[in-house]
Design a protein around this ligand. Sequence first.
Ligand code: GLA
Length: 413
Amino acid sequence: MTVRKSTATCIALAATAALAAVAPRPAFAQAPTASRLALTPPMGWNSWNKFGCDVSEQLIRETADAMVSTGMRDAGYQYVNVDDCWHGQRDSLGFIQPDAGRFPSGIKALADYVHARGLKLGIYSDAGSKTCGGKPGSRGYERQDALTYAKWGVDYLKYDWCNTEALSAQGAYLTMHDALADTGRPIVLSICEWGTNKPWEWGPSVGQLWRTTGDIGASFAADIDRGNWKQLSVLSIIDLQPPLRRYAGPGHWNDPDMLEVGNGLTPSEDRAHFSMWSMLAAPLIAGNDLRSMPPGVATVLTNRDVIAVNQDSLGVEGFRYSTKDSVEVWFKPLAHGDWAMTILNRANAPRHPAFDWKNEAVNDSLSGRATAFATTRYSVRDLWSKRDLGTTQRTLTSELPGHDVLMVRLRKL
Ligand code: GLA
């Protein structure tokens, strides 16, 4: 960074600040481009769930390559996101530098590498003085950091909430939203304040996605005790989503945290976790080691029929329709009159649920969609076995192993 450039930057910043003083932007007005950044839930990968602070340019390059070679890019995954701990220190002018040992070529070269593979690069910072991993946060440096990310060619910012003391969450995220918007580069803003300050109420005009809960752990049914905090299980996170579905939609999504598929769950659990995140219209951000992924895990992550439910253009989150004996039935309205339906077995033991369509009717006031299966017939396709299961005239029976799902797509006949 040369002194000349940074002087120019300072003048630009001062000019922007002066303009802001005379013409305050309306609260929560959304930049027109921002709302188009994530018309369907973002799909990608993030380093945190598997690698924690152990990130490097080599890992990110190899992951970008794996995203292509495993077919994930072609299945829709786009963002390769570096989470916490990529940072070095700020230079004498306050510009953030990457850790030179871990990212010797710098972030711009990394972005070029990722872009050359048809993918996008994401980075991480924090609204407070330090990140959760103790690295420099963006507090007081928001505009400088946003300009730096834009100059590097970054496409996505996950913005965390550690060490924020008395900051207002809404204000702090709006500050970064404005700083990103003013760079002129479209950069997705992922609001990561764990649902503490009801981000669903103000997030839709500030970022494209907001975390709804604390951190996920690689556990299906039991939270993981970390002493003074808990990592939430897949089921705990699912249970926190129903009241929030009305806040999500194209361009602004509830984010129930990144995927743990491939991080030690059973094959049934991987399938159930991925199906439910798709039913919830959740961002699909893989969190496993893509370079050494067993074929079974790749099959889950690249199931295009399930991904199509997640990426459906209607953008309506699914809802829990019924619960009985640890078996839940979820519905999600899809474009063109289709429905996705998932039967989730929360129990460890197998279950044999039967769904007699003629006695069932869905009525979703949020989307205005309603169907009485006694009078309207649909074809039924199993999205995991890829088999046609007949029509809704026949009772749907299933043998569900513990922690597994049956996921079907209904098409009107
Ligand atoms: C918080 C976030 C996680 C991860 C870590 C990094 O806990 O919620 O997703 O980004 O910080 O330190």
